[in-house]
Design a protein around this ligand. Structure first.
Ligand code: SAH
Length: 346
């Protein structure tokens, strides 16, 4: 049985029309779910008995189960159990502009980036739309607060779960749903070119971030298996098209790895690659993990890299490090403690 949180407003309207129920009833159901946050169909008191029964017989309304919560000053990490006992994580960060929740899109990940802890657990399955939506609802309920920004940067590759991610965005963005503006939602991808093409066609106005991490194919091949399928030139070309069509600025994420991609020459090459592209580079101090031998670049090297990009007129920020106190305690998603998309400008 589907969870009611899997369904976009449009799909619920069609479902009601197919069942000879007035379309506007779908809006009422959405209000019960997303504004009043009821936990059973029986509480939807403006529905007729047979409408309630139709929902009750065909949908569940189950929430996720929080099985662990770790807290530090500006960061909270949640571990959830899904109905099939798989576990996923989400991380909430406080910022001066609000808070952002970093959401998982899959159980495990198949992209095989060599520096990334999440990929050590191969993809078990995609998350359902409801399992992404409920990460938000569950945490809002737990903290009795509203989440202002959503980033799809948790475990998994959002564009490897494309259709569910699009429905997820529709519900988060919908004014009868979670009602968050497009600019408050960010999708991050390792660069699945055909999916970026599809994303351009779908015309979603959310922010797009690209995990680039290298200025050329030679280095990127070593770090990211996806680069063997979609070369850096193909990725840059599709991003240029994305910017042309959407007129939106793209973020390039660049993890700074000691001795791998952090020289001045690398910075010069990156500047050439990105020249004239409406974008900014977010330099990310690598979050070291005990299972992987990469080390984080020295501070001076990060600063020199930053200066070189600046000199070459590339917009650049350095991501603020988050919750390093929690690092030792966290599992696969330790990287996410450092996520901050709109990082400090220095
Ligand atoms: N698959 C998507 C989203 C998940 S990864 C993507 O590749 O963009 C989210 C971000 O965290 C990516 O930029 C990823 O490269 C980065 N990341 C992974 N491991 C990290 C680590 N140990 N330290 C810092 N960032 C990391």
């Amino acid at each position: 049985m589907k969870n009611i949180y899997d369904i976009t407003l449009e799909k619920l309207e069609l479902y009601f029309i197919d069942n000879n129920i007035k379309k506007f009833k779908a809006t009422q159901v959405f209000e019960w779910l997303y504004k009043k946050r009821v936990t059973s169909f029986l509480e939807m008191t403006n529905l007729k008995k047979e409408e309630m029964e139709l929902l009750n017989n065909n949908f569940t309304i189950n929430n996720l189960k929080i099985i662990s919560k770790l807290e530090d000053k500006d960061v909270k990490k949640y571990l959830f159990e899904l109905s099939d006992k798989n576990k996923i994580e989400a991380v909430l960060m406080n910022h001066d502009y609000g808070n952002s929740l970093c959401i998982s899109t899959q159980v495990g990940c198949n992209m095989g980036c060599t520096f990334c802890e999440s990929g050590r657990l191969k993809k078990v399955r995609n998350l359902e739309v409801s399992e992404m939506i409920l990460q938000i609802i569950c945490i809002e309920e737990n903290l009795n607060t509203r989440i202002s920004h959503i980033v799809l940067m948790g475990i998994g590759e959002p564009f490897d779960n494309y259709l569910n991610v699009i429905d997820f965005i529709n519900i988060v963005n919908c004014n009868k749903g979670l009602d968050l503006g497009s600019r408050h939602i960010t999708v991050s991808t390792c660069g699945i070119v055909p999916k970026i093409k599809e994303f351009i066609k779908d015309g979603k106005q959310v922010n797009l971030a690209i995990s680039l991490h290298a200025p050329n194919n030679e280095i990127r091949n070593k770090l990211m298996a996806i680069n063997k399928t979609y070369k850096i030139e193909d990725l840059i070309n599709i991003i240029k098209e994305y910017i042309k069509v959407t007129n939106r600025r793209v973020t390039f994420e660049y993890i700074m790895l000691d001795g791998i991609n952090d020289t001045i020459e690398n910075a010069v090459e990156l500047s050439r690659l990105l020249r004239g592209i409406n974008s900014y580079v977010n330099l990310i101090p690598y979050n070291e993990t005990s299972h992987i031998e990469y080390r984080k670049s020295k501070k001076e090297k990060i600063m020199a890299f930053y200066d070189t990009l600046k000199k070459n007129n590339i917009n650049v920020t350095i991501r603020k490090e988050f919750g390093s106190n929690l690092k030792g305690a966290c599992g696969q998603l330790r990287s996410l403690y450092e996520e901050e998309l709109w990082s400090m400008h220095i």
